[in-house]
Design a protein around this ligand. Sequence first.
Ligand SMILES: C[S@@+](CC[C@H](N)C(=O)[O-])C[C@H]1O[C@@H](n2cnc3c(N)ncnc32)[C@H](O)[C@@H]1O
Length: 218
Amino acid sequence: MEGGGGTPPEILEESQAGCSLPTGLGANGLKKSSWGFFLTGIVGGTLVAVYAVATPFLTPALRKICLPFVPATTKQIANVVKMLHCRRGSLVDIGSGDGRVVIAAAKEGFTAVGYELNPWLVWYSRYRAWREGVQDSAKFYISDLWKVTFSQYTNVVVFGVPQMMPQLEEKLELELKDDARVIACRFPFPRWTPDHVTGEGVDTVWAYDLSTLRGRRP
Ligand SMILES: C[S@@+](CC[C@H](N)C(=O)[O-])C[C@H]1O[C@@H](n2cnc3c(N)ncnc32)[C@H](O)[C@@H]1O
């Protein structure tokens, strides 16, 4: 009977062909789902980036000796430079952070090198050195300080933590030559007697001459 009940012809055609789109994937649904992919990509990408940047800053806390990134103060650097007065040659900053000590030393005429575990800090240090025009005399390497031999350096700077000082003291005593000077910032070495001390509080700096420690004249 015409005009009776039943399915309208256009709907019947679609469902008979067996290829009707699910309601969620209509024009509107497609728009919504591409926004979904886009947002997921943005959130996912941001999380990966945050993880990649944060991990090198957080992993020192998981090491046996936790040596976090704490930059030297302006006064501390001035005290280091004071201890370098009348010295020359090569200089190394052990755990060079954002490169400020190495750059300050390069500006004083030293051939200065920094070893640093955190790659972001090393790349940033290189950028800073370039910006300050000392990229030829200030070099930075991504390295674990315990795997580097320091024998070639005549000036050694370290801003460490108390837990690492006994082990570092032994390492430097074995490796350094008689004409070397070691400058410790904030925390002194436990056994060595300093030749000079300057500054106060957190800016205190101690200088140790290997020749004195060994009872030899340079
Ligand atoms: C206290 S901060 C001193 C930074 C810089 N020397 C200054 O005075 O501004 C110590 C630095 O040592 C780095 N560090 C920690 N463990 C290290 C390791 N095993 N080898 C090399 N660098 C390390 C940290 O990432 C941090 O930047």
